[in-house]
Each structure stands twice: as structure tokens, then as C-alpha cells.
Design a protein around this ligand. Structure first.
Ligand SMILES: [Zn+2]
Length: 364
């Protein structure tokens, strides 16, 4: 079902039963082509300020959100989904349901470089001719992971190897990295958009907010006038974001960056947050506190696995996480472990020792 949120105090009633829509008291300035909305599935919801949420199915989490914001007779898009046939089909269906053409897209902003957010940027740019905005750190990682020489992939694989990834899993990981370029093709022409600047969408200013932790170079967009925040995967309503360590000097301590992001965001008044997965949520300030607690819990669970006898990060990962269902899930858990070990090292709770080209960790 498509959830359409109506505007104005004169609409203080629930339209769900009669018209297949849901009332939201926060909604405003919305014009709706009602006819197109009637036969919709859960693919699209409409929110305050006329922001459309497009859910592209992806497994775990169940979907990734792309947001479409009205922009001078057209739209600007925040995040685009991974390049799969299904996602392209969903974009086409969304354009029919909402009633826009790809040529109407004015700009495409990507919150972070992960394929579920960036993957279709090049395709959508081809359809629309719109600029694709990313932070300079995100650009560096996109080029390093999927650009011409993919220089960052070698560093990633070496990091996995020296942190104890078993040889058979390592071989699978090499294949995984060789194969995953398809999800992000064609490559987009990238324009830098960095924290401290702002972008105007539909006549409204959106501040570009620095939100690293889950990914280096992760940005959010904050609309101060309406207290709306598009926050990608930096702050999530239903789970603690993974903190993924990437070599190459993009972020030396993702967990520390995540905590700083939580702190930085305390200063922002947010009435409604639009995350990269799950549905938009209120109670943003409370969520920051919850995430701080969840972060401390996850960190202490990991520290429980560290003993005076040195072990590799992979062994610590295997003790701390349930068996991974896929190589991608293993990769996220493993790099999350590496991030947390780096943080523990900063706090002088663990120390690394090198033996025969392999890094081992022991408690201090
Ligand atoms: Zn994501």
C-alpha cells in the first residue's frame, strides 16, 4: 500500500479506509495526483514536504530507501540503490506511480559510497543528465573500489589476509571483490559536495552534515527550516550501524567517528529523520542515546573475547558473531571487528603483536 500523507489542519481525519491513504499531522505543502496513488504497493510512501520514499527490496535489511524531493518542477534524489535488474524495474514502476520522468531529475545526492546507496547513480545520471553529488572521501573510495585500477581492493584483501582470514575464505573474498563491480556500473560523473556547504532543493537550504562512522565520508542533509534530516545509514531507527574500517587513510577510527557523529547531531533539532533503511522516524534525540548504549554493549561483547593470549582479528570476529550467511555479511562483521579493535587499541585495552606477517591482538 502506498502511504500518502495529507497536508493541512482541515484534514484532521484518517483517510485510510476511504481513500487508501494515511493522515499524518506533520504533513504540509503536498500536492497529490490521487489517481496514480490508488493501485500502489509498498514501493512508495509520501511524507512531509512532499518527500517520496521509494523502497527498493534488497534482502538484509529488507530494503534500501531512495528519496525524491520536489525541486522546481522536477525532483532531486537522495540515494539510488544497487544496480540490479529488480532495482531498475522498481525505479520505472516508482516513476509511473508518482508520475515523474527521469528527465525531471535535477540532482542526485549520495550519502555514502556503499553499493546499495551509490550503485545506480551512473544509470540514473544517464537517464536524467543530472549531476551526482558525493563527498570527496566517498569519491575517493568509489574510485578506489570500482574505478579503473581499483587500487583500494588490493589493500582491503591484504588487510583481511594479515588479520587472519583463513585461506579458503580469502579465495572466496577475492572472487567476491572481482564480481561486485557490476552493482555500481555504469560509473557516474561525480561532483563533490562536502560537509560545511549546503545545497538548495526546491528553494530550501539543506546543510551538508558530516556523519562518518558507518562509512568514511558519509554525509547527511539537514533542512533547518523544517527540521528534517536525511541521514543515510549514519543513524538508523532499528539497528546499530556497522562501523566499517577501510584502509587507505580515509578514517583511522570509525567507531570514534561514529561517537563523534552522535555527539555532533545532538545540536540538531530533528523532527523527522529519513534513514537509508527502515522507515522515517521521530524521537531523534532519544535514538542518539540508544545508539550510544548499543555501541557500548557491542564493544564490551567484543572485548569479552579478548584474552592475554594473542589471537587474530578473524578469530575474535568468529567468536563474537553468529556464522555469516554470505561472504558479504562476513565482510561486514569482520571489518566491524577491525574497527572495534582499533578503538580498543586507542583506549589501550588491547595491543597488537605481529607474528610472521599476521597481526594478533591480546589484552593489555
Ligand atoms: Zn545501506
Amino acid at each position: 500500500m502506498l502511504h500518502v500523507l495529507f497536508a493541512g489542519a482541515d484534514r484532521q481525519r484518517d483517510h485510510t479506509a476511504a481513500e487508501g491513504v494515511r493522515y499524518c499531522p506533520q504533513a504540509k505543502r503536498i500536492t497529490i495526483k490521487r489517481k496514480e496513488m490508488m493501485n500502489s504497493m509498498d514501493l512508495v510512501s509520501l511524507h512531509p514536504n512532499g518527500i517520496y520514499q521509494i523502497r527498493l527490496p534488497m534482502g538484509n535489511p529488507a530494503w534500501v530507501n531512495c528519496y525524491l524531493i520536489p525541486d522546481n518542477g522536477g525532483y532531486s534524489v537522495i540515494d539510488v540503490g544497487m544496480h540490479t535488474e529488480t532495482a531498475v524495474e522498481m525505479w520505472r514502476r516508482a516513476s509511473e506511480q508518482i508520475g515523474f520522468t527521469f528527465e525531471q531529475i535535477r540532482s542526485i545526492v549520495i550519502t555514502h559510497h556503499h553499493p546499495d546507496h551509490y550503485g545506480l547513480a551512473g544509470w540514473l545520471q544517464q537517464q536524467s543528465g543530472a549531476p551526482v553529488y558525493v563527498s570527496s572521501l566517498a569519491k575517493r573510495q568509489i574510485e578506489g573500489l570500482w574505478g579503473e585500477n581499483r587500487w583500494l581492493v588490493g589493500s582491503m584483501l591484504e588487510m583481511y589476509r594479515e588479520n587472519g582470514l583463513p585461506a579458503d575464505v580469502y579465495a572466496e573474498m577475492v572472487q567476491h571483490w572481482q564480481g561486485n563491480g557490476e552493482q555500481v556500473k555504469p560509473h557516474a560523473q561525480l561532483t563533490e559536495l562536502n560537509p560545511g556547504s549546503s545545497i538548495v532543493i526546491g528553494g530550501e537550504h539543506y546543510e551538508v552534515v558530516d556523519m562518518p562512522g558507518h562509512a568514511a565520508g558519509h554525509i547527511g542533509l539537514y533542512n533547518k527550516a523544517d527540521r528534517l534530516l536525511l541521514c543515510g545509514d549514519a543513524i538508523m531507527p532499528d539497528s546499530l550501524p556497522d562501523t566499517c574500517f577501510v584502509p587507505g587513510g580515509v578514517d583511522e577510527s570509525p567507531v570514534e567517528s561514529f561517537l563523534q557523529t552522535l555527539k555532533r547531531m545532538e545540536a540538531y533539532e530533528v523532527e523527522l529523520a529519513f534513514p537509508g533503511h527502515y522507515d522515517p522516524f521521530s524521537g531523534f534525540g532519544k535514538r542518539l542515546d540508544e545508539l550510544r548504549e548499543l555501541n557500548a554493549e557491542r564493544q564490551s561483547r567484543l572485548l569479552d573475547q579478548i584474552r592475554p593470549e594473542p589471537v587474530t582479528a578473524f578469530e575474535i570476529y568468529a567468536r563474537s558473531f553468529p556464522p555469516a550467511a554470505s561472504i558479504l555479511q562476513l565482510r561486514f562483521g569482520f571489518t566491524e571487528t577491525l574497527s572495534r579493535l582499533r578503538w580498543a587499541q586507542e583506549l589501550k585495552l588491547v595491543e597488537p603483536v605481529r607474528q610472521d606477517g599476521v597481526v594478533l591482538y591480546r589484552s593489555t
